[in-house]
Design a protein around this ligand. Structure first.
Ligand code: BES
Ligand code: ZN
Ligand code: ZN
Length: 499
């Protein structure tokens, strides 16, 4: 599918599907939609009324044009209440229209620039959101299907505006939206790939592939013996039960004229989480190929970072391991020594993410960044707290938490801050070691965050628990269907663009 922007009149645009929009509860059609209505002799408004079309966000109304205009069909997509329209509505409206186009099996779509008419919203941002929505709605993961569906594909998605100023801005927005969407779908592919084909070595290869031929990118890889020399007891401990060896991967993006800022992005990279000897029940294991979604988000961001070219230096770090039970696996009660020399009593081998992050966060601190952001599918407890669609932010730095929160809003990824309650630190006290890897029954997301805090010194740090939003067990919105979501990628890139 090619997404483009063109100056022109909607009413005279030849296409299979012409997309306009409407606000919820508005008596009369407005702007471009009213223009099309007039070209159709008022049929559009009449039929919409007859069918009680209310223009709820993402709702669609389809009609044939009977040759009155060059477009074969007109689709009205709801934007919701006018005063509530934001970029996320624009993203969803574009996604809904694309979903209808796919359902119809049409080739060419021409769309109005949703949201640009209203107030201060810039044409560039609207076009970016539309591109993200359309691209992500268009995504499917078919690698493992024997018969690739030979359905008619949407090959052309054209945004048409008669305002030259809007067109120039929208072209830039589409470019940025393309990068955001490509980074996101890259992460989705990594997460959707079954763990049989996505083991630690494959994540190493992904990183190597990304840096290849890019002057601003490089990568270092540490294998098992290097990890032993570095004292990465957390990673080595978790990896013991698996036939796949562990790797620590360190990517660096350094622009030609870098600002003084240096950020480290750290991802949990457990390519499959069986729970280890503290084995998960069958149902909980079904989606555990998603347990490397944190690293996938970091890799997704890095896959487009050279093109996006933020001004700061960025480090991407993950410790790839597989968590399996075997005669060689760590046992509940075993004590590991992490890279920063702290000892950890492993009371539950299913709380493995924090063991690997202990080492990768320690390693990240050694790069002396001004900020560390980690993304991890860390706890089921975070899903109990915030549900399937919202990420938990825990941070030792209000400014960083605030900036990430802002970036997540821009990106259309939902996040909410949770406290790092000092008084809960006692829950991680061990009888035999410096700390234990599980807290009490309650507040599991917070005790996991407090555990990680022990490994970042005083570096400004934010932990994103993405256990819920990284993998959709049902359809979330018009551009997020069942499976990997790529959640976190666009927040990271939006954040980096602000530095
Ligand atoms: N990878 C899981 C967390 C998870 C759960 C991610 C559901 C995505 C969906 C993590 O390693 C884990 O098993 N955590 C345990 C921690 C507990 C043993 C303290 C959990 O949440 O139950
Ligand atoms: Zn686990
Ligand atoms: Zn896990």
């Amino acid at each position: 599918m090619e997404i483009s922007v063109r100056k022109g009149e909607l009413a005279s645009a030849p296409c299979d599907l012409l997309v306009v929009n409407a606000f919820f509860g508005m008596k009369d059609l407005q702007g471009a939609t009213e223009g099309i209505n007039q070209a159709l002799d008022g049929d559009l408004a009449r039929f919409m009324k007859e069918d009680h079309f209310k223009a709820k966000l993402g709702a669609t109304f389809l009609m044939r044009t009977n040759g009155k205009i060059p477009a074969k069909r007109v689709l009205v997509v709801g934007l919701g209440k006018k005063e509530d329209v934001d970029l996320e509505c624009v993203r969803q409206a574009a996604a809904s229209s694309l979903n209808v186009a796919k359902e119809l099996g049409v080739h060419s779509v021409v769309s109005v620039l949703h949201g640009a008419g209203a107030g201060e919203r810039k044409a560039a941002e609207c076009a970016q959101a539309m591109t993200e929505g359309a691209r992500l709605a268009h995504y499917s993961f078919d690698t493992y299907r024997s018969s690739k569906k030979e359905k008619n594909e949407v090959v052309r998605f054209e945004i048409v505006s008669h305002q030259g100023q809007d067109v120039r801005q929208a072209i830039k927005g589409v470019e940025l939206g393309e990068l955001m969407a490509r980074a996101t779908t890259y992460a989705r592919d990594l997460v959707n790939t079954p763990a049989q084909d996505m083991y630690p070595e494959k994540l190493v290869q992904a990183a190597q592939q990304i840096v290849k031929g890019k002057g601003t990118l490089r990568v270092r890889v540490f294998d098992r013996s290097a990890l032993a020399r570095m004292g990465a007891g957390g990673m080595l401990g978790v990896a013991k039960g698996s036939d796949h060896p562990p790797y620590l991967v360190h990517m660096v993006y350094k622009p030609k004229k870098a600002t003084k800022k240096r950020v480290a992005l750290v991802g949990k990279a457990v390519t499959f989480d069986s729970g280890g000897l503290s084995l998960k029940p069958a149902d909980s294991m079904m989606t555990m190929k998603c347990d490397m979604a944190g690293a996938a988000a970091v890799l997704g961001a890095f896959s487009m970072i050279a093109q996006m070219a933020p001004a700061c230096e960025v480090h991407g770090i993950f410790g790839a391991v597989e968590n399996m039970p075997s005669g060689k696996a760590i046992r509940p009660g075993d004590v590991l020594t992490a890279m920063n020399k702290k000892t950890i009593e492993v009371l539950n081998t299913d709380a493995e993410g924090r063991l690997t992050l202990a080492d990768t966060l320690t390693y990240a601190c050694k790069q002396k960044p001004q900020a560390i952001i980690d993304l991890a599918t860390l706890t089921g407890a975070c899903m109990v707290a915030l549900g399937e669609e919202i990420t938990g932010i825990m941070s030792n730095n209000d400014d960083l938490a605030e900036k990430l929160s802002e970036a997540s809003k821009t990106a259309g990824e939902k996040m909410w801050r949770l406290p790092l309650e000092k008084n809960y630190r006692k829950l991680l006290k061990s009888e035999v070691a410096d700390m234990q890897n599980i807290g009490s029954r309650w507040g599991g997301a917070l005790t996991a965050g407090l555990f990680l805090e022990e490994f970042v010194d005083k570096t400004p740090w934010a932990h994103l628990d993405i256990a819920g939003p990284s993998f959709a067990e049902r359809e979330i919105d018009p551009y997020t269907r069942k499976g990997a979501t790529g959640h976190g990628v666009r927040t990271l890139l939006s954040y980096l663009r602000t530095l």
